[in-house]
Design a protein around this ligand. Structure first.
Ligand SMILES: Nc1ncnc2c1ncn2[C@@H]1O[C@H](COP(=O)(O)OP(=O)(O)OP(=O)(O)O)[C@@H](O)[C@H]1O
Ligand SMILES: [Mg+2]
Length: 243
């Protein structure tokens, strides 16, 4: 399923957060949304999910315009703040989310094993989530987003608080999902993670200042570090917005 954003704008009160954001995400792409804190990454993800309405512009998943309730069956969303139940165990959370998605019982058992394994939570499945560490909650939240094998994953900072070894494992899992045709949109603060993505969108001052293949973006830098493009934007030397 291709995703198209066309001139999407969003303000909160009088404060514009996103201005005319246009972007095309092809099926099977892994896209990284990069930008400083407050640049509108989470807002953009929530607009794509349909949890927020844009002031103008449109977002389409294939031919379907967002917001669209049935579409959510095909989307896995991981919010920046973990949306898991602390008075349930990890496994009970997954059972709950699986039932919400109407996953048949036998398949759900299989899927729970798979996502626990992928997020390295198999041994902690019976622990109450209130006794989980921050990184464990994060991983459980990711497991919940993957449970129903959605076509599109919208992941808001999925690897924050996760150690480098597990982070690598998670990115390898994203690559596997990509090989199966899933599209993945990930926000991150970790500039190194860009290397795992096909394309990156750089958000700055409410606009997409760069969007393109990661290797092409890196060619525009002097030292091969993506953050140089932000330094350039902040010093006013911004190149023309690519779309
Ligand atoms: N519901 C809301 N009401 C009012 N302002 C909001 C709301 N949601 C976000 N904002 C504002 O919009 C701007 C962008 O916020 P957003 O959460 O999208 O940034 P972000 O890039 O995800 O930041 P971070 O990297 O810190 O997660 C911020 O100034 C924030 O205060
Ligand atoms: Mg955010």
């Amino acid at each position: 399923m291709d995703i198209r954003l066309k001139e999407v704008s969003k303000s909160f009160g009088k404060v514009p957060v996103l201005k005319n954001v246009s972007m095309e995400i092809r099926q099977g792409d892994i896209i990284c949304l990069l930008g400083p804190s407050g640049s509108g990454k989470s807002t953009l993800i929530r607009l794509m999910l349909g949890a927020l309405a844009a002031d103008s512009g449109e977002i389409r998943f294939g031919d379907t315009r967002v917001p669209n309730l049935p579409l959510l069956g095909n989307v896995g969303y991981m919010p920046q703040n973990d949306a898991v139940y602390t008075d349930l165990s990890g496994e009970a959370n997954l059972t709950f989310f699986g039932r919400l998605h109407s996953i048949p019982r036998a398949l759900l058992k299989e899927r729970i094993e798979a996502v626990l394994e992928m997020t390295d939570l198999t041994c902690d499945r019976n622990k109450l989530v209130r006794d989980y560490s921050g990184g464990m909650k994060k991983r459980l939240s990711l497991a919940a987003a993957l449970l129903h094998e959605p076509e599109v994953l919208l992941l808001d900072e999925p690897t924050v608080g996760i150690d480098p070894v597990l982070r690598k494992k998670i990115w390898e899992a994203f690559r596997e999902l990509q090989a199966r045709g899933k599209s993945i949109v990930v926000t991150t603060h970790v500039m190194d993670e860009v290397a795992w993505c096909d394309k990156a969108a750089l958000l700055y001052g409410g606009e997409v200042i760069e969007y393109g293949a990661v290797d092409e973006l890196l060619k525009k830098t002097e030292q091969g570090r993506i953050e140089e493009l932000f330094f350039r934007a902040s010093s006013g030397e911004r190149e023309e917005v690519s779309s």
